[in-house]
Design a protein around this ligand. Structure first.
Ligand code: GDP
Ligand code: MN
Length: 377
């Protein structure tokens, strides 16, 4: 997922003529102070953590400063934070505007309607998650005519804007719509969109570029995302590997069976910690690589749940046994297997010879995996 940091999203906004507060990024308290002192960022200013998680306003990661010394202090505090698991490396300093009203605007894709959708609310700001449904307006946008005059009119009415402010809103919506389409975004969100005099200023920016369109946008290739280091390695090796916060590793094949396996473990009180979807592969080299990555995640136990359709149970079993031999003793874990389907007998036999018992039913095998994780030191 290509998720842009706020400063980066705002850089894209600027290209599309969306009004922004004057600001700049700092990587150290000294740099923050210098920006305020030199007037590059007018005072009073706002100092904001550049992390991908939301809720900064409520979480102490957005602060205000009246002087350059205060800007330094705010930057020191924020740069020292680990916000929702993410270390803060940069802060964005911006002039503090006086806001008449905070609004919410976004374009995203509605997957059930199969259309872009314009979502707006006159109750924007940090409490957006708890705004009642009735105060949130959703208008599907047909991409062929594009955003129409009546859609914009409805937004203006709900925001209570008229005259020059209304004209600002029309321009903003047109620009944001243009950005959404041309950048192949799956989400563009402004919260809050601030009413400042007769104008509208984007105080925040959230931009997510559609993964499948990434090839059309080499300019986003360097964007840091939220993959863990192991997930990053897996991506390079084209292995579907996701880390969660539990302690049982899951190796399955196919997204459906993989998800169902996570559910079943949960059902029996287990906590899946990492999962690996072998997909249609039974290439022993790939299975080995995948398994070694799994070992690096140091699960308490691993549940292998394979259905041999295209995949053959015996080749998966072979790859697995081979991989087991390569796991360093310090990283070893108990393994519970269930392999069914194509060449099942041969697969079960290969596992048995290596001392791994395959349990044929889902319930018993999942329970055994949960128990193994609980016993594991
Ligand atoms: P988020 O909580 O991570 O979404 O961070 P935001 O960028 O949305 O900032 C949180 C809140 O800080 C906003 O809802 C505003 O109330 C406030 N804020 C941000 N910039 C300014 C500004 O320039 N002036 C004023 N008065 N408030 C601001
Ligand atoms: Mn926001």
């Amino acid at each position: 997922m290509v998720k842009l940091a706020e400063w980066h999203g705002k850089e894209v906004f600027r290209k599309y003529g969306i009004a922004l507060p004057q600001g700049a990024v700092a990587r150290s308290p000294g740099e923050a102070e210098a920006l305020a002192r030199s007037g590059k960022v007018p005072l009073p200013c706002v100092v904001k953590a550049q992390v991908l998680a939301g809720g900064r306003g409520k979480g102490g990661a957005v602060r205000f400063a009246n002087t350059a010394a205060e800007a330094r202090e705010a930057a020191t505090a924020i740069l020292g934070l680990e916000f929702k698991g993410e270390k803060v490396r940069e802060v964005l300093l911006e002039e503090k505007l006086s806001i008449a009203k905070e609004l919410y605007v976004s374009f995203t894709l509605d997957r059930s309607l199969r259309l872009p959708i314009l979502i707006t609310s006159a109750k924007g700001g940090v409490e957006i998650e708890s705004v009642e449904d009735a105060a949130i307006d959703r208008q599907p946008v047909d991409p062929f005519p594009g955003l129409t005059a009546y859609e914009k009119r409805r937004v203006a009415k709900s925001f209570g804007l008229s005259g020059p402010a209304r004209a600002s809103l029309d321009r903003l919506l047109d620009n944001l719509w243009k950005l959404f389409q041309a950048e192949d975004a799956e989400l563009v969100e402004i919260n809050p969109l601030a009413v400042v005099g007769d104008g509208l200023v984007a105080l925040d920016a959230k931009v997510i570029i559609e993964d499948d369109a990434a090839f059309r946008h080499p300019e986003y290739a360097e964007v840091r995302d939220d993959r863990t280091p192991l997930e990053e390695i897996a991506r390079e090796k084209e292995i579907a590997f996701v880390q969660l916060d539990g302690n049982i590793g899951v190796i399955a094949n196919g997204a459906g069976l993989t998800m169902a396996t996570l559910d079943v473990l949960q059902e029996f009180g287990g906590r899946p910690g990492v999962f690996l979807d072998l997909g249609g592969t039974d290439d022993p080299r790939k299975v080995t690589e995948a398994f070694l990555l799994m070992a690096e995640a140091r699960p308490k136990a691993v549940f292998l749940n394979i259905f041999g359709g295209v995949t053959k149970c015996d080749t998966v079993a072979k790859g697995l046994v081979e991989a087991m031999g390569k796991v360093p003793p310090s990283d070893r874990f108990p393994l519970v297997a269930r392999i069914r389907g194509n060449n099942e007998k041969e697969g079960v036999e290969i596992l048995r010879e290596a001392g791994i018992i395959s349990i044929p039913t889902l319930r018993e095998s999942a329970q055994a995996a949960v128990a193994a994780a609980a016993r594991s030191p």
